[in-house]
Design a binder for this molecule. Structure first.
Ligand SMILES: [Zn+2]
Ligand SMILES: [Zn+2]
Length: 303
């Protein structure tokens, strides 16, 4: 199976710069692309990064600030122009349907395909082939949602031969063992280890996407143990007052949270145009959490 891939389509905040487009992230899984936020200019970034908009079936919107959503109507217009005839789902905070309806009205677009709007609630919001996505609330100037993309793990390989040798009959007992439960036949009990090869199993990969928010303990559990944490980190310590005023995150706080949540790697994004050097941000974060990286447009991560 092809590897999961993350591409940063935009890593800036408030206004685009020569080097950074506004917020958007694409995740590839099983031949499908999942889009997290869609700022203006996202379409061109997608073309450059070879992200096919026809292979997008699910879009996750963190909140309705302009630097996260203005690319949506344009993207739908292009999909319509290219004859898309299958639905696209848009998840977002309360009011997502209203936002989409209004933006389509504004440009007079009546696409041939269905745009299904889903208000993201807490917990699992989407289950698909080999993955699930869950959502949780963040604290920003407007209602905002964080998302976790979770690949399904593989429990290990079941051995038919071993099961038959132990005289465990095919049927419900086999599926119990496959699920990791012990079974009993008469007085004999069998543990899953006797028929499962766990060396072939593996934990599913997890990617947490946390956009505009005040850093808080409230979502520590949701992001805990993620292989990749992508977190809004608009400001360094120097601009603390600005961070507090606009309800944004500061690099050091994000790094502290990443450490507590025991994530694999932290990627800082939604970076203020005032921060010109990635190294400074990385250094500030790495003093707390060594595996911190400042994202750049078109940066790709395979996992
Ligand atoms: Zn923003
Ligand atoms: Zn915002």
């Amino acid at each position: 199976m092809e590897k999961m891939k993350i591409i940063f389509l935009g890593t800036g905040c408030s206004n685009p710069t020569k080097d950074r487009n506004l917020s958007s992230i694409a995740i590839r899984f099983n031949g499908e692309w999942f889009l997290f936020d869609c700022a203006e200019g996202t379409q061109r970034q997608m073309i450059k990064a070879k992200v096919s908009y026809m292979k997008i079936q699910n879009i996750f919107i963190s909140h309705f600030h302009a630097d996260h959503v203005l690319g949506l109507p344009g993207l739908f217009a292009t999909m319509a122009l290219h004859g898309r005839d299958f639905p696209v789902k848009v998840f977002g905070p309360k009011g997502v349907k209203d936002l989409i309806d209004k933006s389509l009205n504004l440009i007079g677009l009546k696409p041939n395909f269905e745009i299904k709007c889903v208000e993201a609630k807490n917990g699992v919001i989407l289950k698909g082939n080999g993955f699930e996505v869950s959502s949780f609330p963040l604290k920003h100037e407007v209602p905002t949602r964080g998302y976790v993309f979770r690949e399904e793990g593989k429990a290990g390989k079941f051995s038919r031969e071993k099961a038959l040798k132990l005289e465990i009959p095919e049927g419900p007992l086999w599926s119990k063992l496959q699920k990791g439960e012990s079974v009993k036949i008469g007085k004999k009990s069998f543990a899953p280890e006797q028929v499962m090869d766990y060396s072939k199993g593996r934990k599913g990969k997890t990617i947490a996407v946390v956009m505009d928010t005040v850093v808080s303990e409230n979502y520590l559990e949701e992001i805990s143990g993620a292989d990749i944490l992508i977190h809004e980190s608009s400001f360094t310590e120097k601009m603390k007052s600005r961070a507090i005023e606009t309800k944004h995150s500061m690099v050091k706080d994000v790094a502290k949270l990443a450490e507590r949540a025991e994530v694999g790697k932290l990627y800082l994004t939604h970076i203020s145009p005032r921060h010109k050097e990635n190294e400074k941000m990385e250094n500030e974060a790495r003093m707390v959490f060594a595996k911190s990286y400042a994202a750049k447009d078109f940066m790709e991560i395979e996992l």
